[in-house]
Write a protein that binds this ligand. Structure first.
Ligand SMILES: Cc1cc2nc3c(=O)[nH]c(=O)nc-3n(C[C@H](O)[C@H](O)[C@H](O)COP(=O)(O)OP(=O)(O)OC[C@H]3O[C@@H](n4cnc5c(N)ncnc54)[C@H](O)[C@@H]3O)c2cc1C
Length: 441
């Protein structure tokens, strides 16, 4: 019988750690190389980590590792959006029906739980502080060094999995080969993390179980709760030009900008100016590439295969779904990894394209449309139709966040639903006009 292949995973972020845990449980030998330190050892900075919204798809994958209950206890449920107007009024929009919620997690806590699961899985070796320099995608070799010193050059061999994020070194090597399609698109906006602490008496300064959004047309701010009652805030601004990061260079400019656009948030952010200048401005990129595998020896997963912008809160959820699909396909043909990898990429690629497009479109919705009364009416109507005809009509947001319907299918179904509703709407309008004409005759 052929020897069971061993895997070398580059990157122990959310997706690399989850995949290592799953492959280990399938009986594979796995070596994981991660340039950062071990998240299991580090003390978490309470309340000061970037948080992520994890919904049905992510929870489904976590449940396969029996981690869903543990992880849920580390999160805060968000049942609705709380929209903050420029004058400080707050209106609410429920995300789903019947108590459906997305979950706000600290990225660090989630990564720590997944690294723990990977470390506990049989046959998995985690090597932190190792930076991958090069790979040979045909031979299945990874060259890596001590991330701190750049010394101690070593080589690991096996099936190479690039789980090394949006700027993947593994993908970089594949990109240099013929027939590797590749495109990256940077958003003209960047983001910056800010912070709302608890009040002096320890209570949350905002409603805990809501995603807070300050939509301002071309830019926006949002805040998600941490378990200690503080909030991680993310500010999304154009990189340059009007209301851009490049215009905010002094403490007075930042203070004036916040007083003008987010007056209700300013009193809640005592470290606003320090945070603004201490925290980096992040870029947001959409990466599209194909194929995702080479000869059953090298594979891409998670952001390395399909980085998307964060506005549907689905990047990690999508990466977790990749892991489930990959394991399912490996189970189908454990002795033919190339066939398994081909099926995995063919199934996941159209879905990653769909969520990449939806995430870009949702930026317009979050920064602009959510503030419009028409948007509210449309959302209410969608929910009402869903309640009456749940089998026929499901709002797109619900399909993406509260179901396991593949992203591409969800998008196609939403387009069909919209076409029918348009026709019904047109029919009703025509009937109304006919009625008026008949009545006035
Ligand atoms: C502002 C923002 C908000 C987001 N919000 C959400 C959300 O609400 N919900 C959601 O589902 N997704 C969200 N995302 C997306 C989510 O963060 C990513 O999709 C997810 O982190 C991808 O996981 P990954 O493991 O593929 O990549 P990463 O998390 O980037 O992990 C890659 C790992 O590889 C390591 N690495 C990189 N290069 C090397 C190398 N050369 N050698 C060794 N190791 C290496 C890195 O150190 C890292 O640990 C958000 C993203 C951003 C930027």
């Amino acid at each position: 019988m052929a020897e069971k292949p061993r895997f070398v995973i580059v990157g122990a972020g959310l997706v690399g750690s989850m995949l290592a845990a799953m492959l280990g449980r399938e009986g594979f030998e796995v070596e994981v190389l991660e340039r950062r330190g071990d998240p299991r050892a580090g003390k978490m900075e309470s309340g000061r980590s970037i948080n992520l919204a994890i919904s049905a798809r992510g929870l489904n994958a976590l449940s396969r590792l029996s981690l869903d209950d543990e992880i849920l206890s580390l999160g805060v449920k968000l049942y609705r959006r709380a929209i903050h107007s420029p004058t400080g009024e707050i209106s609410h929009q429920a995300y789903g029906v019947g108590g459906q919620a997305i979950n706000s997690f600290s990225r660090g806590e989630l990564n720590r739980a997944l690294a723990q699961a990977a470390g506990d899985a049989p046959g998995v070796t985690l090597r932190f502080g190792r930076r991958c320099l090069e790979i040979d995608p045909v031979a299945g070799k990874v060259t890596h060094v001590d991330a701190a010193t750049g010394d101690d050059l070593r080589t690991s061999t096996g099936v190479v999995v690039g789980a090394d994020g949006a700027f993947s070194v593994v993908r970089g090597v594949l990109q240099k080969r013929e027939h590797q399609d590749y495109a990256q698109h940077f958003l003209a906006h960047g983001y910056k993390e800010l912070f709302i602490p608890t009040r002096a008496d320890g209570t949350p300064a905002l409603e805990l179980n809501a995603m807070h959004i300050w939509p301002r047309g071309r830019f926006m701010m949002m805040a998600m709760a941490n378990t200690d009652g503080s909030f991680t805030v993310t500010l999304y601004l154009p990189m340059t030009g009007e209301n851009g990061f490049d215009r905010l260079t002094t403490r007075d400019e930042v203070r004036g900008f916040f007083d003008r656009h987010f007056p209700d948030a300013v009193p809640l952010m005592p470290t606003l100016l320090d945070d603004f200048f201490a925290n980096p401005t992040g870029a947001m990129v959409t990466v599209r590439t194909f194929p995702w595998q080479l000869g059953g020896r090298t594979l891409l997963i998670g952001d390395a295969a399909h980085a998307i912008v964060p506005f549907y809160g689905q990047g990690a959820n999508a990466g977790f779904e990749d892991c489930l699909e990959l394991i399912e396909q490996i189970r189908k043909s454990p002795n033919d990894l190339e066939a398994a990898f081909r099926r995995y990429q063919d199934i996941r690629k159209p879905n990653s394209e769909a969520i990449a497009d939806l995430a870009l479109a949702n930026f317009n919705e979050m920064r602009d449309h959510v503030a419009s009364p028409w948007f509210l009416v449309k959302k209410r109507l969608e929910k009402a139709i869903h309640r009456v005809l749940p089998g026929w009509f499901v709002p797109l947001y619900s399909m993406i966040s509260f179901s396991l319907i593949p992203y591409a299918e969800a998008r196609a179904r939403a387009e069909r639903q919209a076409r029918v509703l348009k026709r019904v709407g047109l029919g009703i309008a025509l009937a109304a006009v006919a009625l008026i004409v008949w009545a006035v005759r």
